[in-house]
Design a protein around this ligand. Structure first.
Ligand SMILES: [Zn+2]
Length: 299
């Protein structure tokens, strides 16, 4: 499946010896690390160096002869690995953690999460996302694809934290009426996202058309429960994945979150469209759902 677009990622020293990069310090040298080489997961460089200049990695393995470091970090007995990328998040939901436990999906949404979310303010979203950014960075996650409300606040956290992100303003319902914050297509520009099981065909077509026009992808929850799949067959005579594909939602590189209840034909569509499937095992465990067919998707 396609990966989440990303640029060069900073490295983090595991487990808890992260460093604070001083913006006035231009050259940093990390020595004696065991390095898991990016894009070559089976390759490990032992007792190796990482040379960083102006926040960019300029050498892996040997220290370049003309590299005079402003600071040296001894990473003996540590592993340096590429940054992690979170492919599907609602970062500000850190504030809701533990607030709706032991409930099935529909009650978790209707009686817990959506009720609490309706009371969130723009500032709450800023602080919830800021907390999430701290937690992500501490664990080595350097970028995230986020899908929520008040996304200008999420963008602010991205800028302040130095992380990278793909941001989608969550859109519900049939006419893009505001659920939380000023969420119209015109106001949110490329913050385009969808929620398939409660969106109408016209709304989905509008989102797909705007995504095409702006050259952005959609970030959408897909086939998260048996009821969603059942409803799609009842209403449209096809699976949610086939339905969204016919509407053009997957034309640009898109993210399908959860995607638990897929049949073989769905997997073929997702593969052909190069859709990034974001499996969320922790969520699936929490809500006692099934798991995404990762082995089949990766074939
Ligand atoms: Zn989600």
């Amino acid at each position: 499946m396609g990966g989440v677009p990303c640029g060069r990622s900073p490295f983090f020293i595991a487990p808890r010896h992260s460093f604070c990069y001083n913006e006035f310090m231009s050259k940093l040298l990390i020595l004696h690390a065991d390095i898991l080489v990016p894009h070559e997961p089976s390759r490990v460089l032992r007792d190796a160096a990482i040379a960083i200049e102006n926040k960019k990695i300029v050498a892996l393995g040997e220290t370049p002869p003309d590299f005079h470091a402003d600071e040296i970090i001894d990473a003996r007995h540590h592993v340096a690995l590429p940054g992690f990328f979170n492919a599907h998040a609602h970062a500000a939901m850190t504030l809701l953690r533990g607030s709706a436990e032991d409930l099935p999906l529909d009650r978790w949404f209707n009686e817990g999460i959506w009720r609490t979310e309706s009371a969130l303010t723009e500032e709450d979203v800023y602080w919830g996302t800021a907390l999430a950014a701290c937690e992500m960075l501490r664990g080595g996650t350097v970028a995230f694809a986020d899908h929520y409300f008040w996304m200008t606040q999420v963008a602010r956290v991205v800028q302040e934290s130095g992380m990278k992100a793909l941001l989608a303003w969550c859109v519900f319902g049939s006419d893009f009426a505001s659920e939380m914050g000023p969420t119209t297509l015109e106001l949110t520009g490329d913050f385009v996202a969808e929620f398939q099981n409660i969106s109408t065909e016209a709304a989905l077509r509008r989102a797909a058309n705007l995504a095409r026009k702006l050259g952005v992808g959609c970030h959408i929850h897909v086939s998260e429960s048996p009821a969603q799949v059942e409803n799609a067959y009842k209403q449209f005579g096809k699976s949610p994945v086939a339905y969204l594909d016919d509407l053009g939602v997957f034309e640009n590189p898109s993210i399908a979150a959860h995607a638990i209840y897929l049949d073989d034909a769905d997997i073929e569509i997702l593969r052909a469209r190069n859709v990034t499937v974001a499996a969320c095992p922790k969520t699936h465990l929490k809500l006692a759902m099934k798991t995404t067919r990762l082995v089949d998707l990766l074939r």
